[in-house]
Ligand binder design. Structure first.
Ligand code: AMP
Ligand code: ZN
Length: 114
């Protein structure tokens, strides 16, 4: 998946502000933050979106969520609250076709989302 920008980040070919890494997952600051804190949590495995997952990905998906919470705690968001979002496909506005969870915090959010 050499053409995938997030695979290139995983491989270190594109520099990024990496803030977490384990065998399965990395997290880094979004290049175009939409809140004071805007972190992306991604699997090292190339998966297009949540729609590209099945039972075999259950542990990985759980790990991604746990890392989101860990990142939010480390950035001091746990008390004020924060949002975890994943965009799936065109109408949701997904622009990078490698599964990623946005962790957004440090401001108030509205509901429903735009
Ligand atoms: P989405 O629109 O849900 O697919 O989100 C893709 C996110 O990736 C956007 O918030 C972008 O700002 C972010 N992004 C794209 N390229 C990079 C990069 N090189 N480093 C960090 N974040 C990026
Ligand atoms: Zn990829």
């Amino acid at each position: 998946m050499a053409e995938c920008i997030f695979c290139q980040i995983v491989e270190g070919a594109i520099p990024t502000k990496k803030i977490y890494e384990d065998e399965q997952v990395i997290a880094f600051d979004d290049i175009n933050p939409q809140a004071r804190v805007h972190i992306l949590v991604i699997p090292k495995l190339h998966v297009v979106s949540l729609d590209d997952t099945e039972d075999t990905h259950a542990a990985l998906l759980g790990k991604l969520m746990v890392v989101c919470a860990k990142m939010a705690r480390e950035r001091g968001l746990a008390e004020s609250g924060y949002r975890v979002v994943t965009n799936i496909g065109r109408e949701a506005g997904q622009t990078v076709l490698h599964l990623h969870l946005h962790v957004l915090g440090g401001r108030s959010f509205t509901w429903p989302p735009g």
